[in-house]
Design a protein around this ligand. Structure first.
Ligand code: KG4
Ligand code: ZN
Length: 357
């Protein structure tokens, strides 16, 4: 980076320090890590002034999953109109924004690069600090929006299409990893199971719906044994389900799809909820929060509500619109990063395998 961009970063760091000092900031956040192009305006990490999500799901459904090249191209088309719409809905101009935030990982590299490049250009042109945000931290931060009085520490069960972790949120931006999946992410497991049942992508929400008509105890699924106290695995469940469906198909028998869906969901939900509760009880936590797309699952929400009530734990479940990929959660995470003085230079790059911890 040349002298001009170095001095730009110095100036932006000073601006960020002023915002930190004031303790207030309205942030324009951009998210493009997977198949949603999203932009939002968020005040002080908690108040959503506007949130726009352009989903690409119909575009990818015919391929049975996200096609990275198509995703990148669609982000290029959508990012500018989505940002403009977010500003218009909040009745704000770019000048009135204090900082620009962007998801820089984890996710699809081409998809991330669209948001990162756009955000860098915007921040430079508008002379605003640029805040880099971890997408998983964004999911956790959806809880700060949904529950304005929430303060760390708390336990968070993060379950999305690409990630499945149980973390203790020690402080803003500080996490201890307690447990994680040994193989598929929770959403990935739901999507794969749904695919075997011929449900279109992304199958998770459809499998959830179908489960409501089935018997969760109809199908015997194997008990998963994992050595890590808070770790879990879905591949055994998934294989058992696939084998069962294939055997029925080979024999030309009727597939009891609703019973299979309900049994699979029940097994996944028991595993996730038991591990999250165990982590909360072991660490003496008072609050358990859900995050990520799978936090919309009706079975998981019901099981967590029942178990948290049983053990006297406060349960936080953001509304589904904050669980799925969105930019409001990125704006919230960005605020707390800004309050720690974090800003990025124009050499910010996409980090497809960025970790939370
Ligand atoms: O967090 P998210 O929107 O994107 C990622 O960061 O991955 O999560 C999407 C995942 C998909 O796998 C989708 O099938 C799953 O969340 N999902 C669900 C439900 N709603 C979304 N899985 C089960 N039940 C649901 N109701
Ligand atoms: Zn996500």
């Amino acid at each position: 980076m040349g002298e001009r961009t170095d001095s730009w970063l110095t100036r932006m760091s000073l601006k960020a320090a002023e915002l930190k000092e004031a303790g207030h900031a309205t942030i324009l956040a951009i998210e493009s890590s997977c198949d949603e192009t999203a932009a939002a305006l968020v005040r002080d990490g908690r108040q959503v002034l506007s949130s726009v999500i352009a989903s690409q799901i119909p575009l990818h459904a015919m391929y049975g999953g996200v096609v990275p090249e198509i995703a990148s191209r669609k982000h290029v088309e959508s990012v500018d109109p989505v940002v403009r719409e977010a500003l218009a809905k909040a009745e704000m101009s770019l000048e009135q924004v204090d900082a620009v935030a962007v998801t820089y990982g984890p996710g699809l590299v081409g998809a991330l690069l669209v948001g990162v490049s756009y955000a860098k250009a915007l921040a430079y042109a508008a002379d605003k600090p640029l805040i880099p945000v971890n997408h998983i931290e964004g999911h956790v931060s959806a809880n700060y929006i949904a529950t304005p009085d929430l303060e760390p520490p708390f336990i968070c069960l993060i379950a999305s299409g690409g990630h499945s972790h149980i973390v203790r949120v020690e402080d803003y931006g500080r996490y201890t990893l307690l447990g994680q999946t040994m193989d598929d992410a929770a959403g990935e497991a739901f999507d794969k199971a749904a695919r075997v049942l011929n449900l279109p992508y992304p199958g998770g929400p459809l499998l959830d719906k179908l489960s409501k008509e089935g018997n969760p105890l109809a199908l015997q699924l194997p008990h998963v044994k994992i050595s890590g106290r808070y770790d879990y695995s879905f591949s055994g469940l998934k294989t058992a389900l696939i084998n069962r469906v294939h055997a029925l198909r080979q024999r030309g028998e009727n597939i009891p799809a609703a019973d299979i869906a309900a049994s699979f969901q029940h097994a996944v939900v028991e595993l996730l909820s038991d591990k999250a509760i165990l982590a909360a009880l072991d660490t003496g936590a008072e609050t358990v929060a859900l995050a990520g797309g799978v936090a919309s699952n009706s079975g998981l929400r019901a099981a967590m509500a029942e178990k948290c009530a049983r053990y006297g734990l406060r349960l936080l479940m953001p509304p589904p619109i904050l669980c799925t990929d969105n930019a409001a959660m990125i704006g919230s995470a960005a605020f707390y990063r800004l309050m720690q003085g974090e800003v990025a230079g124009l050499d910010l790059n996409a980090c497809p395998s960025l970790r939370l911890v």
